[in-house]
Write a protein that binds this ligand. Structure first.
Ligand code: SF4
Length: 486
């Protein structure tokens, strides 16, 4: 869902860290199922893809930089035979984006191999790195996922049980994580105590096996029926003994990332009983009440802005029109245009439809403004295509605070709304008017079974405490003192 106008440019959206997928299905082509699941989850990360398979004796793995269908072909999949597979697509937020950091991460603990794939970010791994060094454990990369895997490994070595290793990791490391782990004979899935990042559990028809995925669209892709979510702090294990569950750590106050509904997730995914598409449509309706404007046409910035725009049009009575076309086939791994090409205005990802736009007063609905660069170019592009007026309406509140839980906004100075007043942002972007949904309005739009959300990037109220060093680096203290932060 990256909506930079130019491929390869740092996007003007909070970018999701990753997707994870896991399947336990003896007798099935588990690598192919994982491949299908990852393709459905490709929007959550486009830098690398990988699948690890447990075949009863060992772990087999293939991973590389690129999109899922660039990394896997028939030959690769044919080599990955087993009963268990875990998969990962990556957007790097911690530790770099090279091959070494791509996942699943495989660790050897004496004779035992484990593979681990992680969505989220652990807030402060420095003390744990020191602890691991003290335990004589060497780290080979810079990712928090390796720190998690090595911590689990320490306890496997001591106690000989993977589950107690996972518990140790859950006790010692804090932050956001939805993790799938494969041993040669079992699949594990576990989630942080607040349930910040999503993880759903499903079952293949005719009791052929179990599946876990970051979003329910990953379950749908392999024909699995949604059963329930992996609960905050829960460890699920699937093996020849069936499905077992235990609490790895006491659950804390639930804090599911509210941005999943706004932008990250696919519209056909369901979290806590709420279909993302319907939540987005309601966001548009609420925004139409909160920020009306006289205009001739409502249009949505693809993809996530479109259902919101339909909701805005419904409520405002202003007709909806398609005015922006998105190229769906450009990932972040594609060749970056040169500066010269950028200046020429090579629009690779989004292009306007002048015949729809010319002479019209537009209400443009977008999901968020983080850095402001894409919104500015979008407005320029629409004016160049002949728009008479451009009124920007955003279905998230102003992003004022960095995210430390798996999104790539880790300092305040990158956030345009944290540094400029509302009027200055409007002038910078060059629109005729600008309005954001209220935080109450955003909450009201989501009809989920639970009301515990993380909305820290809007409110500054962080569900997992941010350590001092990280706060300093992120410029939190300079602005907020102790403010609303825990
Ligand atoms: S701060 Fe919270 S709501 Fe915002 S993107 Fe991060 S996890 Fe999601």
């Amino acid at each position: 869902m990256t909506t930079s106008l130019f491929a390869g440019e740092r996007p003007d959206r909070p970018e999701e860290a990753c997707a994870v997928f896991g399947v336990y299905a003896p007798g099935e082509d588990v690598a192919r199922l994982a491949c299908f699941g990852l393709q459905a989850l490709q929007h959550r990360g486009q830098e690398s893809a990988g699948i690890a398979v447990g075949d009863g004796d060992t772990i087999l793995i293939h991973k590389d930089l690129g999109l899922v269908d660039q990394v896997f072909d028939e030959e690769e999949l044919a080599h990955l035979k087993g009963d268990i597979a875990i998969g990962h697509t990556r957007y790097s937020t911690a530790g770099g984006g090279g091959w070494k950091e791509s996942q699943p991460h495989v660790s050897a603990i004496d004779d035992e191999l484990i593979a681990l794939a992680h969505n989220g970010t652990l807030v402060d791994t420095a003390p744990q790195r020191a602890w691991l060094a003290n335990e004589g454990v060497q780290l080979y990369g810079h990712t928090d996922s390796e720190v998690a895997a090595r911590t689990i490994g320490v306890d496997i070595r001591r106690a000989g049980r993977i589950r107690s290793g996972i518990k140790l990791m859950m006790q010692q490391l804090h932050g956001a994580y939805a993790i799938v782990l494969a041993s040669p004979t079992a699949l594990y899935a576990f989630r942080d105590a607040c349930g910040i990042r999503p993880l759903s559990l499903g079952r293949l028809p005719n009791e052929r096996g179990w599946v876990v995925a970051s979003e329910t669209c990953g379950l749908d892709a392999v024909g699995a029926q949604f059963v329930r979510d992996v609960e905050p702090g829960e460890i699920v294990k699937v093996s020849s003994a069936g499905l077992e569950s235990e609490q790895g750590i006491e659950p804390a106050k639930r804090a599911f990332c509210i941005f999943e509904y706004v932008y990250f997730a696919r519209p056909d995914s369901v979290f806590d009983g709420e279909v993302v598409y319907h939540a987005r449509r309601r966001m548009g309706r609420i925004l139409a009440c909160e920020a009306p404007v006289e205009a001739d046409m409502v249009l949505g910035v693809p993809d996530s802005g479109v259902p919101c725009a339909l909701g805005y049009a419904e409520k405002s009575g202003i007709p909806y029109g398609d005015g922006i076309v998105k190229n769906r086939y450009v990932g972040r791994t594609f060749i970056q245009p040169t500066q010269e090409m950028r200046q020429m205005g090579i629009r690779i990802k989004l292009n306007p439809l002048p015949s729809m736009i010319r002479g019209k007063r537009l209400v443009v609905i977008d999901d968020s403004i983080v850095r402001g660069n894409t919104s500015k170019k979008l407005v320029e592009m629409l004016r160049d295509a002949g728009a008479a007026e451009v009124h920007l309406r955003i279905v998230s509140p102003e992003v004022m605070w960095p995210c430390f839980y798996g999104i790539d906004t880790d300092t305040r100075d990158q956030l345009i709304s944290a540094n400029l007043s509302h009027d200055e942002v409007c002038r910078h972007i060059g629109c005729d008017s600008l309005a954001f949904i209220s935080l109450d309005g955003l909450h009201e739009a989501i009809h989920s079974d639970h009301d515990g959300f993380c909305d820290a990037c809007f409110s500054g109220v962080y569900p997992v405490a941010i350590p001092g060093q990280l706060r300093q680096k992120a410029c939190l203290d300079a602005v907020s003192g102790d403010g609303p932060l825990p």
